[in-house]
Design a protein around this ligand. Structure first.
Ligand SMILES: Nc1ncnc2c1ncn2[C@@H]1O[C@H](COP(=O)(O)OP(=O)(O)O)[C@@H](O)[C@H]1O
Ligand SMILES: [Mg+2]
Length: 470
């Protein structure tokens, strides 16, 4: 059964300069044919990239597209109608911006905090004058847009107004404040949850990002949360997916974020690889089996060790084999007690098939470029480029774990040859310290947007930064 070596589609990894790679060959261990790689070099690289994909006769291009290249890749995908992108550009729609996540949720009637998106600033201002507070203001799109750095709580019109005057976020994107117990990250493969954990805010704080000192916990993720994550993954037709679900103090679940680009342990990326091999070979390779709630057990392993563990496989439950862990263990789930293995048939792993139409064509959905923020009197605004440097990539946790004082960060920058007080103040006028750390980690190339900082200088800064980290 399944396809022979010759019949298998030709695979390629989609890589981008400056972006951490989510997959490599080791994740598709056992694939018998050569897997090509195609690297996008940014800035006017579209035609060359398309040619390379054609020349290499690639049928399936696997990889995440960072937000800032999203629109370019929608164009590229159109010019490569016979290439299947995994995940598809439609599936990756939510990767681009918080606005897109919201529009996706609106379309499929998925629960999210009540959200307001304004391109018309005077209208937003009118609304902000009469609305209730607190509100959560977010940057919808842009460099290193993750980890709560661009998420703000405002308690009054005055604060909201001051924030938007200062930050010039465009569109103006804000939500009702939802008091929550925690938020829960669920990762899915073929719509089956394979990992899930709670992220709780530190005492007295409202941000639940672990990056800001919160805690993580794999135990007893509620049914309502897993069910919502599955529903979202299905709506996105996602081969793999991560969903952040807010678990409200009111007991309700709401989506905070969802994307195909997320931080995941290597063994999870192996699972995705094995899943794709099964799917793309039409069953020639073994369908991987990840028992429900495996994360409660794997989560007990020291995370440094877990990070090094690869190709974790599980046998399936067989009634005759007593002593099997997942066969005997019962769990309170929803409103009853169930055997864990029963949940595996309730949460199936599906074989995702590509859709044949464009669900989110840019002509309609790319509001950002259709309604750019023009500099108006009294408000000078940096132009939003059509294509900017990357954002969310592999390891958001890594960026967050870095501790450096403002003084040390400045000293580090000043130690670089050719970078003096003047350049430093230019940089700090552009990014505050926390933003700068995130930018250095995730998309250093964005520094080139600052006048007087060129590619060479970025190289030097990166060198110093990497030295500091070891
Ligand atoms: N509407 C909201 N009400 C209350 N807290 C929120 C709301 N939206 C976000 N948060 C908190 O802020 C954090 C970051 O928001 P999120 O939308 O995930 O942005 P980021 O891309 O920065 O991770 C969330 O994990 C959550 O703790
Ligand atoms: Mg988040």
């Amino acid at each position: 059964m399944g396809l022979s070596n010759k019949q298998l589609p030709k695979l390629g990894f989609l890589y981008m300069d400056y972006v951490l790679r989510f997959f490599d060959h080791s994740n598709l261990k056992g694939w018998p044919n050569k897997i090509e790689t195609v690297t996008y070099h940014w800035k006017n690289d579209k035609e060359r990239f398309i040619k390379e994909v054609k020349r290499k006769k690639i049928d399936v291009l696997i990889g995440n597209i960072p937000a800032t290249a999203y629109e370019t890749f929608r164009e590229i995908a159109r010019e490569l109608p016979h290439v299947r992108f995994v995940p598809s550009l439609d599936t990756q729609f939510s990767n681009k911006s918080k606005e897109n996540v919201t529009r996706f949720a609106w379309k499929y009637d998925l629960p999210i905090p009540k959200t307001y998106i304004y391109y018309n600033r005077p209208n937003a201002d009118k609304f902000l004058q009469k609305t209730e507070y607190p509100k959560i203001v977010k940057k919808s799109y842009g460099p290193s847009n993750y980890g709560g750095y661009f998420v703000h709580k405002v308690d009054s019109y005055k604060e909201a107004r001051a924030l938007f005057d200062e930050k010039k976020y465009h569109p103006m994107y804000f939500q009702d404040f939802v008091p929550m117990e925690a938020d829960i990250r669920v990762m899915l493969i073929g719509h089956k949850p394979v990992c899930a954990f709670w992220r709780r805010a530190p005492e007295g704080e409202w941000l639940t990002n672990t990056s800001q000192g919160g805690s993580m916990d794999y135990m007893n993720v509620p049914k309502s949360v897993l069910d919502l994550a599955v529903k979202v993954s299905k709506a996105a037709n996602a081969e793999y997916w991560a969903c952040d679900v807010a678990y409200g103090k009111d007991g309700k679940v709401r989506i905070l974020e969802c994307a195909t680009a997320f931080a995941a342990f290597p063994y999870i990326r192996d699972w995705i690889g094995q899943y794709l091999m099964w799917s793309l070979s039409e069953g020639r390779f073994r369908k991987p089996h990840m028992p429900m709630f495996n994360w409660e057990e794997l989560g007990k392993i020291n995370s440094d060790l877990l990070r090094t563990m690869r190709h974790i496989t599980f046998g399936e439950y067989k009634p005759s084999y007593d002593g099997a862990y997942f066969g005997k263990k019962k769990k309170v789930y929803g409103d009853k007690e169930v055997y864990l293995h029963e949940l595996d048939s309730a949460y199936k792993m599906f074989d995702i098939k590509p859709r044949t139409f464009e669900e989110w064509p840019s002509e309609k959905w790319n509001y950002q470029d259709r309604f750019p923020l023009k500099s108006i009197k009294s408000m000078k605004v940096p132009a939003l480029k059509k294509e900017e440097a990357p954002e969310v990539s592999g390891d958001e946790a890594a960026a967050m774990a870095i501790e450096i004082s403002n003084e040390d960060l400045e000293a580090l920058l000043l130690s670089i040859k050719g970078l003096g007080k003047k350049k430093l103040s230019k940089i700090l006028a552009y990014y505050d310290h926390a933003e700068l750390v995130a930018v250095l980690e995730v998309e250093p190339r964005a520094l080139e947007d600052i006048k007087t900082i060129d590619a060479k200088m970025v190289e030097k800064i990166l060198e110093a930064w990497n030295d500091f980290k070891v």
